[in-house]
Design a protein around this ligand. Structure first.
Ligand code: AMP
Length: 559
């Protein structure tokens, strides 16, 4: 199938707001795909070059892509800015530049239309370009791809290359479309999607084998599963109400979540972004190999950095472990980590995800050897819960997780089965969408940041801050932001929404300043969250929930 048809589909999705209609048009489109096209097409519609579990990445920097666009269209950086100011979207900006380029129009006329499979093959070549000279090779490949594309195709190729689709058509809707296209119940499709971790692969199996293709799916060891997520609790009252009067509280450790897969002594560790981080955590891998009393297992836990006396160290130290690609042994000595396990999804051929939390925890305890579990109590008593929270915070942890004792494990789902509880207004994970140069000593640095929450189509600004980071961090961030800059307005640099930061604040105010209608008061960045993807940033609904929760709290104080 021609890539043009996929692009036409995305273009129409941008204009549709009704979800049912979106699902219908995508389902119709899926029916027309051949077996080989199903997975690549679905990945691309979702803005990905490869399926989610795939460890291949394009690794194309914005600088590289920007060079290619300007080279092919002969556009100046200034005219890129001017167009970007009007469109506000990098894909559309590229489209306009290509439309206006005489040189491109002439050369593209002579080309054969791109097909979906050709686009995928070129993505594969881009991903395979590694090592010395890879940047030039990638540039040449992207150049040959874009020079064959129509301006509208360029718009979507650029969106996929930078990983920002913004059509509002997300994975949940794709599950509905797959269910409709292949006449398989939504429940079965969702279950399969959760087990394989990728809706594109599920669709391929449906196309190839029909409904039976996904009925007997099980876990695949070494294929990471989407982690179950937690929702922010307004307070213990809400937790007890939702959990039927009794809840399991665990320390919420301030570290990095890992998913451990083990089969006959072979261990692989995945981050919460589902990338393989085994090499960064050699001592954790060998601990698991030595301690776990099972042939095969998929387990979850948190690693935290600890100082010599076993106390938790700030999160930033831990991130150094993941960033380091050489001399791992050296950093393993200076930043020791400790593993705490908290869940078991699979043990020796048996999937545990439909078992209740307390039973999974019991099975986990049976096989962990000397590896500690997260500190836990099961309680129905408010004052006991409060003193457990105080203990956690006094010991240097972030707060608590509250888990419904009877809850199965829901991969990839955020809901009220798991709550996170903190004793202050919870920090938000927000994305930097623009930055301004500072004053005085900071005039060369992008040190004032616009912070945005996730909306249904793109990001929306909820605050701005120049507080919280060290000079070194600001210098480093300036470099990174310049690499993803897409526009300039006076002192302000607009950037691709790539960098997630954790932000603390004193209050959320109503404010006409931003489109969201809300603004964080006294916002300050507490850490750079390179372990989170922009997609995992807090949503505008979360910000609103906290905003509304403040009033409840205030009202309570005043009675
Ligand atoms: P957040 O990243 O703020 O959405 O909070 C959820 C995260 O808390 C998980 O992804 C884990 O990395 C982390 N976490 C820390 N302790 C626990 C625990 N005991 N159970 C589950 N998650 C935990």
């Amino acid at each position: 199938m021609d890539f043009r048809l996929l692009v036409d589909l995305c273009e129409s999705l941008e204009k549709i707001t009704r979800r049912n209609l979106m699902v219908e048009v995508v389902a119709e489109f899926l029916k027309g795909l051949s077996e080989d096209e199903v997975e690549p097409a679905i990945s691309m519609i979702l803005g990905r070059a490869f399926p989610k579990y795939d460890q291949r990445t394009l690794d194309v920097s914005w600088t590289t892509l920007n060079n290619v666009i300007r080279h092919l269209t002969r556009a100046e950086w200034r005219s890129f800015h001017a167009v970007f100011r009007e469109t506000g979207d990098v894909g559309e900006t590229a489209q306009t530049l290509f439309k206006n380029s005489v040189a491109h129009r002439q050369s593209a006329l002579l080309e054969r239309p791109l097909t979906i499979l050709e686009v995928r093959r070129i993505f594969e070549h881009i991903a395979e370009s590694k090592g010395q000279g890879s940047r030039e090779r990638k540039e040449r490949l992207i150049e040959s791809l874009l020079s064959r594309a129509t301006p509208l195709e360029v718009k979507y190729l650029v969106k996929i290359l930078i990983g920002e689709m913004r059509t509002g058509f997300q994975e949940g809707l794709m599950e509905a479309a797959v269910s409709e296209a292949f006449s398989i119940s939504l429940k079965d499709v969702q279950r399969a999607s959760m087990l394989t971790g990728d809706i594109a692969e599920v669709a391929y199996l449906c196309k190839k084998h029909g409904g039976v293709g996904i009925l007997n799916l099980g876990f695949k060891i070494f294929r990471p599963i989407k982690p179950m997520l937690a929702q922010m609790a307004k307070g213990f009252e809400e937790v007890f109400k939702e959990h039927g009067g009794k809840t399991a509280l665990e320390y919420k450790l301030d570290g990095a979540r890992i998913q451990i897969h083990m089969s006959r002594g072979d261990v692989r560790i995945f981050s919460r972004r589902l990338t393989d981080v085994t090499k960064s955590l050699p001592e954790v891998a060998s601990l698991v190999r030595n301690e776990i009393r099972a042939r095969e297992a998929i387990l979850e836990g948190e690693v935290i950095a600890v100082s010599g006396d076993g106390k938790p160290m700030p999160f930033q130290h831990l991130m150094r472990r993941f960033k380091r690609v050489y001399e791992i042994d050296k950093i393993a000595k200076s930043v020791p980590v400790k593993l705490y396990l908290f869940d078991a999804l699979y043990i020796d051929g048996e999937s545990l995800i439909n078992l209740p939390y307390d039973e999974r925890r019991r099975k986990l305890r049976e096989i962990v050897g000397d590896i500690p579990l997260t500190e836990q109590i099961v309680t129905s008593d408010l004052s006991e819960a409060k003193s457990f929270l105080k203990r956690a915070v006094d010991e240097g942890h972030e707060g608590l997780m509250a888990k419904r004792p009877s809850s199965p494990y829901f991969p990839g789902a955020r809901g009220k089965h798991w709550f996170k509880i903190k004793d202050v207004l919870p920090p938000l994970d927000l994305v930097i969408v623009a930055a301004e140069y500072g004053y005085g000593r900071r005039h060369n640095w992008l040190s004032d940041y616009y912070l945005a929450a996730k909306g249904s189509k793109g990001f929306t600004i909820v605050g701005k801050t120049f507080k919280g980071l060290t000079d070194d961090e600001i210098a480093d961030l300036t470099k990174r932001l310049k690499e993803i800059a897409v526009g300039e307005e006076g002192n302000r640099v607009i950037v691709l929404p790539k960098i997630v930061v954790e932000v603390a604040y004193n209050e959320i105010q109503e404010s006409p300043k931003y489109e969201s209608g809300m603004a964080l008061r006294f916002a300050r960045i507490t850490r750079i969250r390179d372990d989170k993807m922009p997609d995992e940033a807090d949503t505008i609904e979360t910000v609103r929930t906290i905003y509304e929760g403040q009033f409840r709290r205030k009202a309570r104080v005043s009675v």
